[in-house]
Design a protein around this ligand. Structure first.
Ligand code: NI
Length: 407
């Protein structure tokens, strides 16, 4: 007889944290959310389901924030201890589901293809665990709308719901990892995604009389070349980064020099200083190349999601929590650099925290990528995510309360 994989034993241990009634309640909640997915900032029925579930498990002060977001409070053991938060995102994607699951989407062309049905459920499940074994301080459970558009986290911050929060934890299901495995790495975890648009303004003229022009097309050509040096000659080669020009427009006819040319692109960075450096360089090169070619430059930046860099202290709390739930051997390294964005980054610009990846591939399953029509997260990932996030909240709360006591 061969020994069961460690991850399977872990699932049995984790399952013990939930009684049968609660397990059934949580599985039913996840299936109901999965079957009735709603797009960003339209999560009305999802919010109602979550409000009801939070009420049933005994969370306090259940209230709406940021339009379709829900926040609830699980009281801690001590009134004066610092408050920490657990976040789950709740929105779906405009994808037509092809999983064939018995609880597949009823809403044509809308699907929980990123596992936010599980994230919403494990946040409620974490609240249930914290209600039974409270943290030192209160824990806020934040059910955030509109992660996919990147606008949900800023809206939650804007609402003031997190003003008293001293640490925040969240996670994402990931089928590249077996259910029972958890990634709690410090350092860069997700990239920023910012857009830029540059307009070069010159002087139009007849194509046969270029000396009367200030030709923006020649300037544009020089600028495209110069911008390749941002990553190759300005960014530290130890830090990954991307500058891509994705659209270029100029001119209307072969015998006319136009008076303007435009260029659009995107910058991706994995830490705040690389991001600032690359965006500053985009602006500096546009303005100085324009000046060299007797043009002027109009640069507009559309700032998207910041990068996620898990800081060492909060990551150590989350890691300790993960080890206590799934064991040292199941806390595994990410092993690759993720250049996708995640709007949890907005919280981490203000509040220490850690973003985890929670294994969601069932035994014998394959690594289906998120956002694909066949994506789903293994049911047991609800319980692993909930147990790890609840424990991370307890560990952080204890450490912060100790520090506050010392101060
Ligand atoms: Ni997602």
């Amino acid at each position: 007889m061969t020994a069961a994989p460690a991850a399977l034993e872990v699932l049995v241990e984790v399952a013990r944290l939930f009684d049968e009634k609660l397990r059934n309640q949580l599985v039913a909640l996840r299936r109901a959310i999965h079957a009735d997915p709603e797009l960003s900032f339209q999560e009305e029925r999802t919010a109602q389901k979550l409000e009801r579930a939070l009420g049933e498990i005994g969370a306090r002060d259940v209230r709406r924030v940021a339009k379709t977001g829900v926040v609830a409070r699980v009281p801690g053991r001590r009134r004066d201890a610092p408050v920490v938060a657990v976040r789950g995102d709740i929105d779906a994607l405009p994808v037509r589901e092809e999983t064939g699951l018995p609880y597949a989407s009823h809403n044509d062309g809308v699907m929980h293809a990123c596992g936010h049905d599980v994230h919403a459920t494990w946040a409620v499940a974490a609240a249930a665990l914290l209600a039974r074994a409270p943290a030192a301080g209160d824990v806020l459970v934040v059910l955030q709308p509109a992660e996919e558009t990147g606008h949900g986290a800023p809206a939650i911050i804007e609402s003031g719901a997190l003003d008293e929060v001293r640490a925040i934890f969240g996670g994402h299901v990931d089928r590249r990892f077996a259910v029972g495995q958890v990634v709690a790495d410090d350092g860069p975890l997700a990239a920023s995604a910012d857009m830029f648009e540059i307009e070069l303004l010159g002087q139009g003229a007849h194509a046969a009389r270029p000396h009367e022009s200030a030709d923006p097309i020649v300037g544009l050509g020089a600028l495209i070349g110069a911008m390749q040096t941002i990553v190759s000659r300005r960014l530290n080669p130890a830090n990954p980064g991307v500058v891509t020009i994705g659209a270029v427009h100029a001119g209307t006819a072969s015998n006319v020099i136009p008076d303007r040319a435009t260029l659009k692109g995107t910058v991706r960075a994995v830490d705040a200083s690389s991001r600032t450096l690359m965006l500053d360089e985009v602006r500096r090169l546009a303005e100085s190349v324009a000046a060299a070619y007797r043009l002027s430059a109009r640069v507009s930046l559309d700032l998207g999601t910041p990068p996620i860099v898990n800081p060492p202290n909060a990551t150590a709390w989350a890691r300790r929590a993960a080890v206590s739930i799934v064991g040292e051997e199941n806390v595994v390294p990410l092993g690759f650099l993720n250049l996708a964005g995640e709007d949890f980054a907005h919280y981490m610009e203000r509040i220490p925290g850690c973003f985890l990846r929670i294994g969601a591939r069932e035994p014998g399953g394959v690594a289906i990528p998120a956002h694909a029509p066949k994506f789903y997260a293994a049911e047991e990932s609800i319980f692993v995510g909930a147990a790890v996030l609840a424990q991370a909240a307890r560990v952080a709360s204890e450490a912060l309360a100790r520090d506050a006591g010392r101060g």
